[in-house]
Design a protein. Structure first.
Length: 504
């Protein structure tokens, strides 16, 4: 299993390669010389440098205290998550999987070799605790592909110690700037190496920075929203593979947002092209949700059990709940990784790239966003209104439960349509997003209660067949009925507030 480390550092350059005296930095008691390390790193990427385009680095490095494979993902300026794997001759499968959403079927090749003589020092406090590591690196870069060249430079790095206060780096920064040291113009050694060793023609092309196109038409705004969702799916892929908290849910939401935009803005984008992609997004969302719904129900039931007094607990209900939760979890992470490695998933990502690169725009896409987009949002809101009012008019029971569930799904769609409209429509769209979130939460509580009652019926039947008491299941069922009723009582007033606040 690869290890992950949060790396917080700043890079500098100076006309004078020497390190200024840092003993004057607040909190620093001593600067401890750790000698010179000789590092040899080979960086891997696709032939068209897809990882570099996403500010991701993958390298195999020898020398120093952490020889091995290092994969770094950007988190924020100066902050990266570094995932390490033991030294081997080929790219470890664990790391190759984490860049699959960027690389797809392309081969990972050695692109740049960096050899560095690293002069290391620790900044320590009065108690001997390391605050940061400072290095002066003499770097020699060699491009390993095409007819690129070589380059060399000297730079400084200040890396915060694990668990350190990032504010300490500001103190070091102030001292370095006062000594004439300036922040590096490159975000990483690899970025500088690629720029300075590129063939002349490519270097000249890269030197011309493209100005980001500002959304003007309705189509521009819809496409900007779709790109955000495409990027979210791609960027969340490594987190899902590592089972990072909430990553599965967030990726699932991104698929829903994109599918919703296809339907809401069917006058902007050709549904004949987007519907098949929407079908594949639905497949992916389904795969991501295999365990998610069961987890949500388990959390709800566990919390409900915790609220019950001991006198109302009868039978091995907690054991029964754990058994139910774990019934389908065996190998679930491996199963999901298999989905993300599948050709079907990779083809979906390629399809999303093709869609945003060459969108199937219809005539309305060229229209004014405040007209075209507003019309689409109002249409979704109108359909939502019909569903909510139909549900309110029904008698309590199964039919109303189903109607409220459909209204909840439509509230999500209206919210996502309003999200795409936030930039062109401003505060009216923002207000609608807020009201849709509130309505969605209310209807979501009702749907969770409905699903929880279904689960309680299933568990009660199994418990009864095993000769166990079903008393507590009945108590919980009654409480869930009361929660659902409370939502139904609250809904008419809440819906009236939504209608009164609609401005789009």
């Amino acid at each position: 299993m690869a290890d992950t480390k949060r790396e917080i550092e700043r890079k500098y350059e100076s006309d004078d390669s020497g390190l200024p005296d840092l003993t004057g930095v607040a909190g620093v008691d001593a600067v401890v010389d750790k000698g010179v390390a000789h590092l040899d790193a080979t960086y891997y990427d696709t032939s068209d440098e897809r990882l570099a385009a996403s500010a991701i680095t993958l390298r195999r490095r020898t020398g120093g205290s952490d020889a091995g494979w290092h994969l770094k993902f950007p988190v924020a300026p100066g902050v990266r998550d570094e995932i390490q794997a033991p030294l081997s001759d080929t790219v470890p499968r664990s790391l190759a999987g984490l860049v699959r959403s960027r690389v797809r079927d392309a081969e990972l090749l050695p692109v740049v070799r960096l050899r560095s003589d690293r002069d290391l020092r620790d900044l320590v406090d009065a108690g001997g605790r390391v605050l940061a590591e400072v290095s002066v690196d003499a770097v020699r870069a060699e491009r390993l592909t095409g007819d690129g060249g070589s380059a060399q430079w000297t730079e400084m790095e200040v890396e915060l110690a694990d668990g350190g206060d990032p504010a300490f780096l500001d103190k070091v920064d102030k001292r370095l700037r006062k000594a004439g040291v300036r922040p590096s113009a490159s975000a990483s050694k690899l970025a500088r190496a690629l720029a300075e060793t590129a063939p002349k023609k490519k270097r000249a092309k890269n030197g011309k920075k493209r100005q980001a196109k500002q959304p003007v038409t309705a189509g521009d705004h819809v496409l900007a929203y779709l790109r955000e969702q495409r990027d979210a799916i791609v960027e969340l892929d490594p987190a899902v593979r590592q089972d990072v908290f909430d990553s599965v849910h967030r990726m699932r939401v991104a698929t829903r947002r994109m599918r919703s935009a296809f339907r809401s803005y069917g006058k902007v984008l050709d549904r004949g092209v987007t519907d098949p992609i929407g079908g594949e997004l639905k497949w992916l969302a389904g795969e991501l949700g295999v365990d998610r719904d069961r987890e949500v129900l388990t959390e709800r039931l566990t919390a409900a059990l915790d609220e019950l007094p001991r006198t109302l607990l009868s039978g091995p209900i907690r054991t029964r709940l754990r058994t139910w939760m774990n019934a389908r979890r065996g190998g679930s992470r491996r199963r999901l990784t298999g989905v993300l490695d599948s050709q079907r998933y990779l083809e979906l990502l390629d399809g999303l790239d093709a869609l945003v690169a060459d969108p199937p725009l219809l005539e309305a896409a060229a229209g004014k966003p405040e007209k075209v987009i507003a019309k689409a949002v109002r249409k979704d809101f109108g359909k939502l209104s019909e569903l909510v009012e139909q549900a309110i008019a029904l008698e309590p029971g199964h039919e109303r439960d189903l109607a409220l569930h459909e209204a909840r799904k439509k509230a999500k769609r209206t919210r996502y349509a309003a999200e795409a409209a936030a930039t062109p429509l401003g505060s009216p769209a923002t207000a609608l997003i807020k009201s849709m979130k509130s309505l969605q939460t209310l209807l979501g509580d009702h749907q969770d209660s409905f699903m929880t009652r279904q689960t309680l019926r299933e568990l009660s039947a199994v418990a009864h067949a095993a000769g166990e008491s079903s008393f507590t299941y009945g108590v919980l069922y009654g409480r869930e009925e009361a929660r659902a009723t409370a939502v139904e009582v609250q809904l008419p007033g809440a819906w009236q507030e939504v209608k009164d606040g609609m401005q789009v």
